[in-house]
Design a protein around this ligand. Structure first.
Ligand code: SAM
Length: 231
């Protein structure tokens, strides 16, 4: 796994100092996964590629240096934790509605010495009331369909910042469906970039949604309403 991570990070043009932390994180993930459902991916080489390198693939695509980042529905820490390990200047908030996952992540941060990472138990749509338009970047992977996800994430992003949605390459329909929500919420689709996870032939898509204005105060709504009546 060490060599796979080093060569993958080099292929992305990134430093490899974070590899020992990623290895320890992988150990904790596999250990804890035996007693708590954190991930379906447990093979070391797949943790390296499908979790760590997939997450790190965002770093060459967008400017994360010194940015405030909230990872919405981070689960076992993806993409937030690998981003912060490889790019330590990120000021990171990990947000998830499942407290046991947040407790796991707090343990990972303590073990790895990531003291300045905020691990927050909460629902994105409720977190927005106190943290509205506070982040340079919101990231999210595998949490909800794009029309719903935009209402969870865009209110958290400062005007001028970005919501970066990690999606599969067949996200065209989802993106079309989300276009009205994005414009209502003060966003604009800036671009979509496909990338291949280093050392694999897995192709994923990063959708760049720029916050061009303020989100009207009535959003986000309660989750039941978002789900029942997507924008
Ligand atoms: N992002 C991680 C990944 O790619 O491995 C985890 C994906 S997991 C399938 C989805 C996570 O989103 C779960 O941990 C769930 O608790 C969280 N989640 C779902 N809705 C949420 C909400 N409204 N606010 C915060 N977290 C949410």
């Amino acid at each position: 796994m060490k060599e796979q991570l080093e060569s993958g990070l080099r292929a992305l043009g990134l430093e490899t100092e974070g590899v020992p932390s990623l290895l320890r994180y992988a150990d904790m993930l596999v250990e804890t996964n035996q007693v708590m459902n954190l991930t379906a991916i447990t093979e070391p080489s797949e943790i390296a590629s499908l979790h760590f390198l997939d997450s790190a693939s965002l770093l060459p695509l967008a400017d994360f240096h010194g940015k405030t980042v909230v990872d919405v529905g981070t689960g076992a820490g993806f993409p937030g934790v690998p981003l912060r390990i490889v790019e330590p200047s990120i000021k990171l908030t990990l947000l998830d509605s499942l407290n046991k996952r947040i407790n796991f992540l707090q343990g990972v941060c303590d073990e790895l010495g990531l003291q300045d990472v905020a691990c927050v138990h909460g629902r994105a749509e409720e977190f927005a009331s106190e943290h509205r338009e506070s982040y340079d970047i919101a990231t999210s992977r595998a949490v909800a369909s794009l029309p719903l996800l935009c209402e969870l994430c865009l209110p958290l992003v400062k005007p001028g910042g970005y919501f970066l949605a990690m999606k599969s390459v067949d996200a065209d329909h989802e993106l079309q469906q989300a276009s009205r929500a994005i414009s209502i919420l003060g966003g604009r689709i800036e671009k979509e970039t496909d990338y291949v996870i280093p050392g694999t032939d897995v192709r994923h898509r990063l959708i760049f949604i720029k916050k061009i204005g303020q989100t009207p105060k009535k959003y986000p709504r309660a989750f039941a309403k978002i789900k029942k009546n997507p924008l």
